[in-house]
Write a protein that binds this ligand. Structure first.
Ligand code: BES
Ligand code: MN
Ligand code: ZN
Length: 479
């Protein structure tokens, strides 16, 4: 979907549908001229009680040639005082999904209401772009409904904002595509291909043999049960001479659990266990397109987790790149093994901070449902910055504690650490485990197990892969 901005009046702009956002209290007061041209039809809809402007409510009108747009879609923003950026995103998502189902091609958006709300039309358009997503790669193309363009009718110079939301939205959609792609196609090698397609970055892939030489025994233990070669992907973006920010994304392209195998029910969803890596790739795409003046080392320790005949076994002890030994209690607690080596490796670059994003624990969704990312870390100021980015983007984060007492939970009888403390406190003990590897480098861990995949449509997130983390991390990096 293309985005245009044109300084043309709503009455004369030719398109298939004109979107008129409005609040409950102001009703059609911004649109008197349009209402007049439509012989009072808009007013009638409101007076009759058919439409009142409640949040995300829609009402469609055919214009029969009275204005240049074929149709008009009213979309509610709720009470004027309560409109937020997120509500604009949602309304934008609702309006565009509605019109898409009507097989509409070119739509326009009246921007009159936004300035009186002191908000930007770009949020509305961001919601539109994010909602306009479908994963069709594996279907014959039939009944393909797609909106070609949305044109903001405005005299303001919106170019900068629009470019930013376009970049962020397309990076989010990339992440959704990667996560939706089934694991037979989205292999570690496929992630390499995707990394190599990025511009303005350099990509280094540490193959199995070199990873062995480096001593990444924890990460490599996951790959033993699979025929798919593991790929430890390192992406460098350097547009500043400061110490790098390390961005690490869990990239298990399929998590069967290994020998500690998962139940069959719902296992197909474990293709989304690389959603952290997908988010990091999305972020790198956007960062390079925006030319942000940053130095970033992105790391995707990619592998499958399968129970092949050479797979690691519960009770095995492995050694990480920084020499710590780990007793594998559960081969299904594989994410932290990969992240331990990724964090360890990242420290060689003396990063100013380490951010990891991972579908790490089932306990994350038990605690927070599908609504928030569980955040843990060792640095309050960094976590507060992440909270602020979360408020801007509405990719919600909620902080969980890393009490010193959790150290005991992951003590092993024979190794330095064990990879699972069982179900009790599993969300926080996984975080505590990672903390042991971050050491004193400022570090934030984001568990996206509950938010990376949803089973029900949302106003601007169709069910399936959400692409969570891309907009959050971008906002964090920009600020
Ligand atoms: N990838 C899973 C976590 C997960 C579960 C993500 C459901 C998304 C949806 C992770 O590797 C895992 O299996 N974690 C175990 C850890 C346990 C064995 C300590 C879990 O949470 O059950
Ligand atoms: Mn697992
Ligand atoms: Zn996993």
């Amino acid at each position: 979907m293309k985005v245009f901005v044109k300084n043309i009046d709503e009455l004369t702009y030719v398109c298939d549908a004109l979107i008129l956002p409005l609040t409950e209290d102001k009703g059609i007061s911004h649109y008197r001229d349009i209402d007049k041209a439509l012989n009072g039809l808009l007013k009638e809809i409101i007076v009759s009680g058919e439409f009142s402007g409640k949040q995300n409510e829609t009402s469609l009108v055919h214009t029969h040639g009275k204005i240049k747009s074929d149709k008009v879609l009213l979309v509610g923003l709720g009470k004027g005082r309560e409109v937020t950026r997120e509500k604009l995103r949602q309304a934008g998502g609702k309006a565009v999904s509605y019109l898409r189902n009507l097989n509409v091609r070119n739509v326009s958006l009246s921007c009159r209401v936004f300035s009186s709300l002191k908000l930007m039309p770009s949020d509305f358009i961001e919601g539109s772009l994010l909602s306009h997503y479908r994963f069709d790669r594996y279907r014959k193309e039939e009944n393909h409904k797609e909106i070609k363009s949305i044109t903001a009718l405005s005299g303001e110079d919106l170019r900068k904002q629009i470019n930013l939301i376009k970049t962020a939205a397309s990076a989010t959609l990339l992440a959704r595509d990667l996560v939706s792609t089934p694991a037979n196609d989205m292999t570690p090698s496929a992630l390499v291909k995707c990394a190599r397609a990025l511009k303005k970055v350099s990509v280094k892939v540490i193959e199995k043999k070199q990873a062995e030489e480096l001593g990444m025994g924890a990460y490599l233990s996951i790959a033993r049960g699979s025929m798919e070669p593991p790929k430890f992907i390192v992406i460098t973006y350097r547009k500043s001479n400061t110490p790098p920010i390390a961005l690490i994304g869990k990239s298990i392209t399929f998590d069967s659990g290994g020998i500690s195998i998962k139940p069959a029910q719902g296992m197909e969803k474990m293709k989304y266990d690389m959603a952290g890596g997908a988010a990091v790739l999305g972020v790198m795409k956007a960062v390079s397109e925006m030319n942000l003046p940053l130095h970033i080392i992105a790391i995707l320790p990619a592998t499958e987790n399968l129970p092949g005949c050479n797979a690691s076994k519960p009770g095995d002890v492995v050694k990480t790149i920084d020499g710590k030994t780990i007793e594998i209690i559960s081969t299904d607690a594989e994410g932290r093994l990969a992240l331990a080596d990724a964090i360890g490796y990242s420290k060689r670059f003396k990063p100013s901070m380490i951010i990891d994003i991972a579908t790490l624990t089932g306990a994350c969704s038990i605690a927070l449902g599908n609504e928030a990312i569980a955040m843990m870390g060792n640095n309050d100021s960094l976590m507060n910055k992440m909270k602020r980015a979360s408020e801007e983007t509405y990719e919600k984060v909620w902080q969980m504690p890393l009490f010193d007492e959790y150290k005991d939970y992951i003590k092993s009888d024979i190794a330095d650490l064990k990879n699972s403390a069982g179900p009790n406190g599993s969300l926080v003990t996984s975080g505590y485990f990672l903390k042991e590897f971050a050491g004193d480098i400022p570090w934030v861990h984001l568990d996206i197990a509950g938010t990376a995949w949803i089973d029900k449509d949302r106003p601007y997130v169709p069910k399936g892969a959400t692409g969570i983390g891309v907009r959050l991390l971008l906002q964090f990096l920009k600020s």
